[in-house]
Each structure stands twice: as structure tokens, then as C-alpha cells.
Design a protein around this ligand. Sequence first.
Ligand code: NAG
Length: 440
Amino acid sequence: MKNDRGSLLLAGVATGIIWAATMLCACHARADLHPLVIVPGSGGNQLEARLTREYKSSSLLCSRLFPPVRDRDGWFRLWFEPSVLLAPFTQCFADRMSLYYDPGSDDYCNAPGVETRVNRFGSTESLLHLDPYLKQVTAYMATLVKSLQKVGYVDGKTLFGAPYDFRYGLAADGHPSRVGSKFLQDLKDLIEKATTSNKGKPVILLSHSLGGLFALQLLNRNSKSWLQRHIKHFIALSAPWGGAVDEVLTLASGNTLGVPLVDPLIVRGEQRSSESNLWLLPSPKVFDNEKPLVISPSANYTAHDIAQFLNDIGFPEGIRPYESRILPLVEGLALPEVPVTCVFGSDMETPEKLIYRSKAKGFDEQPEVVYGDGDGTVNMASLLALESLWKENRKQPFKVVTIPGVSHTSILKEEIALQEIVQEIVNIHADHVGSSYVQR
Ligand SMILES: *[C@@H]1O[C@H](CO)[C@@H](O)[C@H](O)[C@H]1NC(C)=O
């Protein structure tokens, strides 16, 4: 794996001196910073819901007892709320979290009678912890935001958060995408506001995981002059440019998110219904189309066979939105016309191939997993996709930083990763970011 990168430019950055010379003041808010806008990953912000009269629950339990706490107007936290881990409530959660694709309007919508919203758009508050009452275990961006505050960033002044309904995705041209498009517009407005309130300074866009795919679309859907005025730099952390095999496992057999108490088959339907999960399936543009990603007794599947795979796992209703809305979007992957830095972990065991052995159980049992290189969730080919697809003809600085031993999400918490991210932000302020490939 490492030899593949031999031809890439291995550039060491003279960190010491630059860091000392440009070290941002750690004591108070700084007025001379480029504003920073954070776009979180899937499941990376709180999501609230409210049930209307139209709502029909699958059981008395769901309608009477769950959720235990709602505010005066009926709003409650749908994501994340720890009681969903208790078996009877997992089903209530899955019902409410599910999306529906309507072939008539060619768009996705919520379950009937379920309204959803994000709170405090523009602030980083709902990205810090997924449950404000269980800060320790549900911390997400908290440590990263603390590191940014140490170099002078202040929430609402120079630091902004863009939470969104991460179950929805975006669609290729010509297909409506009400929720995803509205988010992209809100994000654009937020960036303009951040620029205006900071003396016209263009923003640094900082994304994690799925947030990188949304940010990339925003950049590629706006004019060059808009980008020049509003975007200083795009830093993408752990971005799955070409999807991940891990997502194939989720759609086929369900994913407990590492919680052993949850039956993956209870949440599988909801996970299949999510449009953004389809967006994260391995892209035929990025994955080797000779190598099967899934091996089963009756058929093998490469990234080219996703539609057939969706059919065979018992999810044929996913085929039309996948083929018409998602596939052209991932095939149109393009480098944005702004300076980019990709930062991600490597050398972590990452699902690369799934082997299903039982004809009787099919995809209802967890497969045997063959691992390869990546950040533990996203495969190396996907993390490196922007780099490998556009080695030539780059008009803007493009930098890759890999940090061995750091995982998809621990990149937001581990000291070695945080130092790297903050250093990059410092370098951007000093206009000291060229094109390079750096392994830490
Ligand atoms: C799937 O791939 C395996 C191993 O690569 C091979 O042995 C098997 O014959 C293939 N199965 C089918 C149905 O093509």
C-alpha cells in the first residue's frame, strides 16, 4: 500500500519555525481570522422531531411512552437519545427516523406525521455532543471546537456550524431534492453572512465525512467569482469521496453502530431508507471494478453491480433513486476550484470485502469481513479519490495529509490529529499551503 505512494511528492512541512512565527494568540477572540464554517458528518448533529395527528405508531408503546420527554410544543430529540438502545424503543426510533422515496414526485420525505428540524443552525452547539445530557459518551466535535477556541475562534463571531438532516442527500441535475437543496442554500447564506460580518474575509470550510460531499457540491455548484469572494480554503476531514464498503454492509445486514444490544435487523429498514446512505455506497468511478466487494453463494458484486445488489438484498425500491439520482452525482465527482486539503487517518483495518456463506440466511446474518487499508470506516481508494483522479490539471493547491493509526471519527479527538488540523488553519492564514502529500 505504501509503495503505491512512492511517486507522490512526500513533502515535510517545516512546522517548527512557521508555527512559532504565525502562532495565533491563545488568549482572546481574534478579529483578523478567516471565519470558519464546520459541516459535520452523518449523525454528527442533533436532530429534533415532532409528531402530528397524521402519525400512526406501530405500537401503543411508541405512542404513549416514547419519547419520555417532549417540550411544550411537542419537540423531542430524535438523534441522539439513549433510550433508543433499549429493544422495544429501537423500533419506535427506526419508524420515525425512516425516509420515504416517492416515485411520483421523485423526491424523499419524512415518515407520515413526523416533522423534523435541526436546532441552532449557524452555531456549533448541536455538533459538540449528540446528547447534551450525556456529554462524555456522545461527544462529537467538542474537542476539535475547543482546539479552535484556543487559537482565538469564537462561536457565532468567527466560528459557525452547519447542522443538517443527514438522512437526506442531494440528487443529480434535473431531480428535485427539497431538503438537501434547502440545506445547501442555508449553507451558502451562512458563508456569505460569515464573510460579511468579518470584513469581507473569505471563509475556511471545514467538513467531516459526509459533510465533505455536501461541501464539495456547494463549491462545484457555484460560480468562480462567488468562490473567489467567499472561500479561502476547503479542509475535508475523513471525506468518503467514493463511498465505502462499510456502507454496503449497513444496507445488506444493518449496522448496530457498535452497540451490541441493538439488533441490526431492526434498524436495517431505516438505514436502507436513508438517501445519504445510498450516496455513500462504493462508487464505480473509484473502486476497482474487477474486484468483488461482496461474495455470496449465488452471486458476486463489484461497485458496478450495486443496482443488482440492491435487488438481491431485498431492497428493489432503492434501485430507481440510486440509478437516477445518486449514480450520476457520484460519477460527476469533480475537483472544486478552491485550494483543498484532505486530512484522514490510515493503517486502520477497514472492511474491504464481505463474504456471505449461507444460502438460507442470505444477507440477514452478519458477513465475514476481509479488511484492507483505510481509516477503519472508509477505504483508502475512496479517501484518496480526489488526489488520484486529478493528479494532472490542477489549477489550485491540493494537499493530502494522512495520519496513521487515527480512525474515521477519532480524527476529531486525538491530539496528533487536532494539532495537524489547527496547524493547517494556521498555515492557511500565513498563505503557506502548497500542493503536497504528507504522511505523519
Ligand atoms: C465469487 O468469487 C469467488 C472468489 O473470488 C469465486 O470462487 C466464486 O466462484 C464466485 N462466485 C460466483 C457466483 O461468481
